[in-house]
Ligand binder design. Structure first.
Ligand code: S3P
Length: 165
């Protein structure tokens, strides 16, 4: 069975939709950030603070190569995985790749009280979300399938993706 790989900005629901989908389809869910934290024995915040973003991107790249060799997984990627286009093409070769999209205000609502995203830690959060979304819009557009999640529940998004499988 092919993998189902969920892309999208922080707070677009990759983890909650991924868990739901995996449960309904009887597949295993893998959250890339969670696996990286487990293997490193420290949080994403600590990895960024001690070793910097390039070090994290390198770990992320290695994990994409590893997971794209496997089958039958629902994979929740980190929001920045699209920064390296090879990550999209590796996953696209072995699975259905879906990008979850949401507007900056909706993303802010979901992440307002969350301190686990180092890229949103400083400054005005809404502005930061808009800035990063702006620079990445063209990269997210490279993901083959797109779902607009604005105003949709986790169940609705999962149902929509199931129609694509
Ligand atoms: C990042 C998104 C995060 C995590 C890291 C960097 C990004 O994942 O990988 O903080 O660059 O957008 P989530 O999308 O799961 O929050």
């Amino acid at each position: 069975m092919k993998n189902i790989v969920l892309f999208g900005f922080m707070g677009t629901g990759k983890t909650s939709v991924g868990k739901k989908l995996a449960g309904e389809l009887g597949m295993q869910f893998v959250d890339m950030d969670h696996l990286i934290e487990e293997r490193e024995g420290r949080s994403i915040n600590d990895i960024f603070a001690s070793d910097g973003e390039p070090y994290f991107r390198n770990l992320e790249r290695g994990l994409v190569r590893e997971l794209s060799q496997r089958e039958g997984l629902v994979i929740g990627t980190g929001g920045g995985v699209v920064l390296n286009r090879d990550n999209i093409s590796d996953f696209a070769a072995t699975g259905l790749c879906v990008c979850l999209n949401a507007g900056p205000e909706e993303i802010l609502q979901r992440l307002e009280h969350d301190g686990s995203r180092p890229l949103l830690a400083e400054g005005d959060k809404l502005q930061k979300i808009k800035d990063i979304l702006g620079t990445r819009a063209a990269l997210y557009a490279n993901v083959p399938e797109q779902v607009d999640t604005n105003g949709m529940s986790v169940d609705e998004v999962a149902a929509r993706i199931k129609e694509m499988v």
